[in-house]
Design a protein around this ligand. Structure first.
Ligand code: CA
Length: 729
């Protein structure tokens, strides 16, 4: 690894907490932190450009003149994730091989799109750690760890992930999980400025990538599962000063409104949503920008609580939940909105990836915005006016029959709102499509969507009390859990599917599909080489033909892939790169399926080029849960209470029905279930805070803690019996 060593100068380690020799030793221990330089250009220089990340409006607006770079999150402001590079194509993709890999230190979900510009790759891992790597070799130039407190994970509904950085005039910007926006010197990785974008006392998080328009860095946040009021902010790239902020839901009307849009939105709400955490509506991922129309598009999330009957009794559209909102990028002024799911009550966010394109529809060229939000409809919208052009089902959804094009509103099916009893509903709260980016290929005219196809059982809770700092979904956790009966569980499991869908947005119909073995698969990349790249949950990185879905090439990634790939070119050589490492919401919650179908987490950057033949070191990993449950001493009523509490509070990290996705310990095999004192030391007092398990003593009393433990013990006995092929206790 000569290149790695030569690049690891002591001055390349910001803050300098790691002595050079120690860093080298660590690098060797973990199998080289890491560049396995497999492509053979060890003698080439690894230094970055003199002025790295020298991106400005001119370069970003001219991104197609510089196709070798990937300078912003979706490559261009249109967020198409289409690369004009075509040296790797359908005729030679089978010669693609691993050029280099780089090991992250984390073992949680990896969701970032890397930025590559001026010879440097900027990648992020779980826990919001940022890396600058030589894009040709993978040699580390610098690394920055914002040192997010591990117990902040209690507010991360969907893993401690990060989706990437933005770069601008020599600075690298990213949002840390704890809500800070941080500007780093692109050359050194040292902090230029950092600010709190949210009230640190509230359960906000940041997982999304910033975008930059004309010197304003734009950032949203998450937290609507817990109870927050969503907004998006713009900060000055140089000073870090707040330029504007747009709230997505109204605050307490008695205190007045920030703007006319909030006053209008407030007429669509009932009750006291502002007392239930703030209504939700977080802007946790998608943004796009049309410079000609001078519009910024943001995708808005679900409400707090999910259940509208609690959030806004008697209904109402609850603007701007589950909406696409167009704003002026310089001022944050509201221009138009389109709401995908009026009165949302299923966690059907519209934060999913937004793509801007020009489409010929009925013989007329239209400037459109496209989104496949969680609710299962694919929307084509006039992006100048917000007018709905068309909407069709891209997956098997059941909550609505269709969208009325006159009114732009969905026609809901009977009991869709589960007010008259539990309702098994497609899609689930993870959506028909989640955050995993889709891509659009202007050559084929197709959008490549990573589709999820499985239901959730929604039901009203027996009673609901808003609990600050805890999940506040307002649905019945037991109704939404896995059935006790194993045959029923298996039947439900058979409905859980994932696929790659090529969607024709002009005709609003599927062009082709590829069914995947697993459910929670990666985002997609389209290229002018007539290829679609996607990673899968079962550990393959695959290239498909863009026109018909034929599988042309694959590489075993040793881990589930959820992040989207990207591509770049340096010195005439095209590279394809993907960040790998299983994780995210499905990986945490659906342990039952994950333990059966998926791969462990091995967090890395994998970068490929034609003619390389690199391989990865063998990975050893066992997924067995060692059962050793203590005797059950609780009565049935206590176990039932523990079941309900577990499903309300614990499942987001430890998995439905106490079956973990194994990114986080499976409680059924935990030594801490052996006695109540040990259990309370962790659950109530935070003995494992440094590992990410927060102290819940303020929210969970001793009796409730004992009930949750009793439920986990019951599940451990059940798991042991199943593992041994014995009847369930
Ligand atoms: Ca949500």
């Amino acid at each position: 690894m000569p290149s790695f060593r030569s690049s690891l100068r002591s001055d390349s380690l910001p803050g300098g907490p790691i002595p050079l020799l120690a860093a080298l030793a660590v690098a060797m221990l973990i199998g080289a932190c890491s560049t396995s330089l497999l492509g053979g250009d060890a003698s080439e220089k690894t230094a970055a450009a003199a002025t790295p990340a020298a991106v400005d409006s001119k370069r970003l607006l001219g991104a197609d003149k510089e196709p070798g770079s990937w300078m912003s999150h979706g490559r261009t402001y249109s967020e198409q994730r289409f690369s004009p590079l075509n040296k790797i194509d359908t005729t030679n993709v089978d010669e693609l091989g691993l050029a280099w890999s780089f090991d992250f230190e984390t073992e949680r979900g990896i969701e970032a799109t890397s930025i590559v510009v001026d010879g440097v790759m900027y990648a992020t891992s779980a826990w919001s750690i940022v890396y600058a790597l030589d894009a040709r070799t993978g040699a580390q130039l610098w690394r920055f760890d914002p040192k997010v407190a591990k117990d902040k994970s209690r507010h991360a509904c969907c893993d401690v992930v990060n989706r990437g950085v933005a770069v601008w005039k020599g600075q690298v910007f990213f949002g840390a999980l704890d809500g800070r926006l941080i500007a780093l010197d692109a050359k050194t990785g040292e902090v230029n400025w950092e600010i709190a974008t949210v009230d640190p006392e509230l359960p906000y998080t940041i997982t999304g990538a910033p975008r930059i328009i004309r010197g304003n860095v734009l950032i949203g946040n998450g937290g609507a599962e817990y109870g927050v009021r969503g907004f998006v902010s713009a900060y000055d790239v140089e000073s870090g000063d707040l330029v504007w902020r747009f709230y997505t839901v109204p605050g307490d009307p008695s205190k007045g409104f920030e703007n006319d849009a909030m006053e209008m939105a407030a007429t669509t709400w009932n009750g006291e949503w502002y007392e239930l955490g703030g209504g939700g509506g977080t802007v946790w991922d998608s943004m796009a920008h049309d410079p000609e129309l001078d519009l910024l598009y943001i995708g808005v999330g679900n409400g707090t609580p999910w259940n509208q009957e609690i959030r806004s009794p008697g209904g109402g559209d609850n603007l701007f939940l589950s909406s696409i909102v167009a704003l002026r990028p310089d001022t944050g002024e509201y221009v138009w909105h389109y709401q995908t799911t009026p009165g949302e009550t299923w966690d059907y966010t519209a934060t999913q990836h937004i793509i801007l394109a020009e489409l010929e529809i009925d013989g007329v060229e239209r400037k459109v915005l496209m989104q496949a939000p969680k609710n299962g409809f694919f929307y084509v919208i006039d992006r100048a006016t917000g007018e709905l052009i068309s909407a069709e089902k891209y997956m098997n959804l059941t909550w609505a029959s269709h969208v009325d094009l006159e009114t732009g509103r969905p026609i809901e099916t009977e009991n869709a709102r589960y007010l008259d009893g539990p309702q098994l509903t497609f899609p689930s709260y993870l959506g028909g499509h989640n955050w995993h980016p889709m891509s659009f290929n202007p050559k084929t005219g197709l959008v490549y969507i990573p589709v999820l196809d499985f239901p959730a059982n929604y039901g009203l809770p027996e009673n609901f009390e808003y609990k600050p700092g805890l999940p506040n979904l307002g649905i019945d956790g037991i109704t939404g859990s896995l059935p006790d009966d194993q045959a029923e569980r298996d039947a439900l499991g058979a409905l859980v599917k994932g696929r790659l869908v090529a969607w024709d947005p002009s005709k609003q119909e599927e062009a082709w599909r590829v069914e995947h073995p697993g459910t929670w698969n990666g985002g997609t990349l389209s290229t002018a080489g007539d290829l679609v790249f996607q990673g899968t949950s079962n550990g393959e990185f695959v290239a498909f033909r863009a026109d018909n879905g034929e599988r042309l090439w694959s590489f075993p990634s040793q881990t589930g892939i959820v992040a989207p790939p990207m591509t770049f070119e340096i010195d005439g050589e095209q590279y394809v790169s993907v960040n790998v490492g299983w994780g995210g919401a499905f990986a945490l919650v659906f342990g039952e399926y994950v333990q059966a179908e998926s791969m462990p987490n091995v967090s890395r950057v994998l970068t490929f080029k034609l003619g390389s033949t690199g391989t990865l070191p063998e990975v050893e990993w066992t997924r067995r849960v060692e059962f050793n449950p203590p005797a059950q001493q609780a009565d049935a009523a206590t176990i039932r209470e523990g079941y309900s509490l577990y499903q309300d509070i614990c499942l987001g990290c430890h998995g439905l029905n106490a079956v973990s996705g194994l990114l986080i310990p499976d409680l059924r095999g935990s030594a801490y279930i052996q006695n109540q004192v040990a259990w309370d030391s962790v659950l109530r007092d935070g003995a494992l805070r440094a590992n990410g398990m927060a102290a819940f003593g303020e929210q969970i009393d001793a009796e409730e803690s004992a009930a949750i433990r009793a439920y986990v013990i019951q599940q451990a006995w059940r798991g042991q019996a199943l593992a041994e092929g014995k009847p369930q206790p």
